[in-house]
Design a protein around this ligand. Structure first.
Ligand SMILES: [Zn+2]
Ligand SMILES: [Zn+2]
Length: 172
């Protein structure tokens, strides 16, 4: 999906979003400059700005000194590009920041200030994936422990005779 050229309305406050041109990338990012300060990224655009070393000067310059209206971040939102229902997801395995994603067109919406928080989380993409792996191992570890506990509980429920039988045959 390429850069959206039409003017879109903010999924959080319904104000018209303003296109901010990023010369380095040759793309426009939609920012809710006259409303809540939220940012909409077309498919894959977000990956160009989520790391600390990536340049967001143009974005920061455009929001500098502005006061934005408060929005209820828990409300469901609709994708301003394709009209699909957006899904709330954590930006990383650390589960601190929730962003809105559109699974149809790949668009992402961030509330005011979230981009800065996401960028502050990890120094590199490598650190980010390491954190994801750690979270995965932790989850899988918990699951394995649960299975083991269930097995032990099942054995404990057996009659003394079948327990004796099991210990003779299977050694458990
Ligand atoms: Zn807005
Ligand atoms: Zn969409």
């Amino acid at each position: 999906m390429s850069d959206t050229l039409q003017t879109i309305k903010c999924p959080a406050c319904n104000k018209e979003m303003v296109k901010v041109f990023i010369p380095e990338e040759g793309i426009n990012v939609d920012i809710c400059l006259n409303g809540c300060g939220g940012i909409f990224f077309d498919n894959r655009e977000f990956n160009k700005f989520d790391e600390k070393h990536e340049n967001i000067d143009e974005i920061l310059k455009s929001i500098e000194g502005k006061t934005f209206i408060k929005v209820d971040e828990s409300l469901p939102r609709t994708c301003p590009v394709c009209g699909s229902k957006m899904v709330k997801n954590y930006s990383s395995a650390n589960r601190t920041i929730q962003i809105e994603e559109c699974y149809s067109c790949g668009g992402k919406f961030l509330d005011n200030g979230e981009l800065q928080k996401i960028r502050a989380e990890f120094d590199t993409e490598e650190e980010r994936s390491q954190a994801t792996m750690q979270e995965l191992y932790r989850t899988v570890g918990v699951k394995l422990q649960e299975i083991e506990d269930e097995r032990k509980a099942a054995i404990a429920k057996q009659s003394p005779l079948s327990r004796l039988f099991n210990s003779m045959i299977y050694g458990r």
